[in-house]
Design a protein around this ligand. Sequence first.
Ligand SMILES: [Zn+2]
Length: 133
Amino acid sequence: MNKEKNMYIRHVMVQKMRSLRESADNTIAKLKNAEGKFADPIDQAAAETSKAVEINCRDKEWHLLLDIKETILRIDRELYGICDHCGQPISPKRLMAEPMSKLCVICQEEIEARHNKFKHKRRYAGGISYNHA
Ligand SMILES: [Zn+2]
């Protein structure tokens, strides 16, 4: 990818990072305000569940924020668009579709296939054997 496109992606990443941080600040404020105890145990349980869901969402956004920061760092260090696994350039088409990609399509598919094979093995490793003959 050329420098202009990389700078555009960097700009998009910085905007996304700001938006995530604002959202996180709002959640923290919301959670602090909602810390009151409820007299009704059902209301208390509902509030706790809602809080847990909110924290789970924040956790996912935290990971997204880390990926965004890493993408910005890769652009700044001129490593953006280079596959972490094989060192070959990642296709611009892939980067436009998945700007935070760290792997080329071939390596990504290879790793996913290996992962699926491992999952398949784990699923059947402890299973019941019907081979009694
Ligand atoms: Zn690769």
